[in-house]
Design a protein around this ligand. Sequence first.
Ligand code: NAD
Length: 466
Amino acid sequence: MQVQAHNGMYIDGAWRPAAGTGTIAVVNPADERVIAHVPAGTAEDVDAAVRAARAAFPAWAATPPGERSALLAALRDALAAREDEIAETVTAELGAPPQLARAVHAGLPVAVAGSYAELAGSHRFEERIGNSTVLLEPVGVVGAITPWNYPLHQIVAKVAPALAAGCTVVLKPAEDTPLTAQLFAGAAHEAGLPAGVFNLVTGLGPVAGQALAGHEGVDLVSFTGSTAVGRRVGAIAGAAVKRVALELGGKSANVILPSADLARAVGAGVANVMSNSGQTCSAWTRMLVHRDQYDEAVELAARAVAKYVPGDRLGPLVNAGQRDRVRGYIEKGVAEGARLVAGGPDAPLDKGYFVRPTVFADVTPDMAIAQEEIFGPVLSVLRYEDEEDALRIANGTVYGLGGAVWAGDDAEAVAFARRMDTGQVDINGGRFNPLAPFGGYKQSGVGRELGAHGLAEYLHTKSLQF
Ligand code: NAD
């Protein structure tokens, strides 16, 4: 598929030529073909976009929430009208299988945009505390830096709450998935957002991303990506004393207590890790099983993973670098003494950035494959002795983003979940809730996205005393 791409930046309500001549090739990871080129933005493009966002801020901040709500509803509708094109584009540049692309990559952002259309209209931007009136005011210009793994969701999870709050935005999307970001800009334009309220600069992280994070006209930097880059972005923002939100990596635990329905918990756990080829920051990549059920769980996992055929239900990884990184982790797991019960480091197909769906047994908590984020279709199954041991293992990484607990009844699972150091826990297979706050404990990040908590990130408070 050859994709039509804009050869400019979306700044101040129009597509404009980039300041420089550099381009970024967009590659289909399923067949390694170049499908499009987009401009590689420079600090000059970022500056133009930030100026446009600054200029648009006072009027947008003063726009009544009801009007902002109507424009967000129009944005939701414009995204919904493009669902097919969005799904095809995500398949082309990320490699997501069509069904997943449609249901999750295209469908979820429509729901999130809709949730902020409602919240903009219903949120209380003023509250009374004793003799004070507290005004909740937009922070200002937001610099949003997003990753490629859920290209549109990550954009909408930042831009929609920022706009609902009355902030204006400059977006720097991931270099692997800029086409979805251009589609989003088209939807924002069609929705009728005033010029400068939303701006897009495509480009490389260390160039355009860094220029955006360090720009003095940006009041809040919202970053989603790796912990390594997040640390740098946080340091830059901290030095300038500006607000920062960081959504980073994870190594989430799927804790299966002895009273749980083992087959169900293992099946759901494998599906969770394999979805999006393991490129989900909150994926339950560590399965914790009681020693008495361990062998049975490993067998169930090996059987369940066989359904994920590369090139069919299992897509490729996003690029060659990620594929090599994931294969390197599989080799490391073998070298550290973990037992490979499915998959392995060799290529399953002769083209595309595919990796075999892989399950490791006899993984101990100190191994790299139990501690570090792999970001691929690799599951580590760990054995625990008793509940205290399970808790120590579950909490024993630098991360704390997602997680799951399975038990005979919800109360038992909840009692365990309360003791986990993590931002989200799914109880006995609880469904993803696009209104629930999402974000990390420990090195998984700072701040929350989605729902009213996500909106609050973009608001300042001002107290008036009477
Ligand atoms: P990445 O950190 O390399 O890139 C993320 C974004 O930052 C991209 O837009 C990139 O261009 C930009 N960037 C890179 N270097 C930069 C710099 N020096 N200054 C400013 N911006 C820079 O991460 P990735 O490879 O795109 O994504 C994978 C990682 O993201 C994984 O670790 C994953 O866990 C994490 N992630 C976290 C969440 C979450 O919500 N917590 C969601 C998705 C992905």
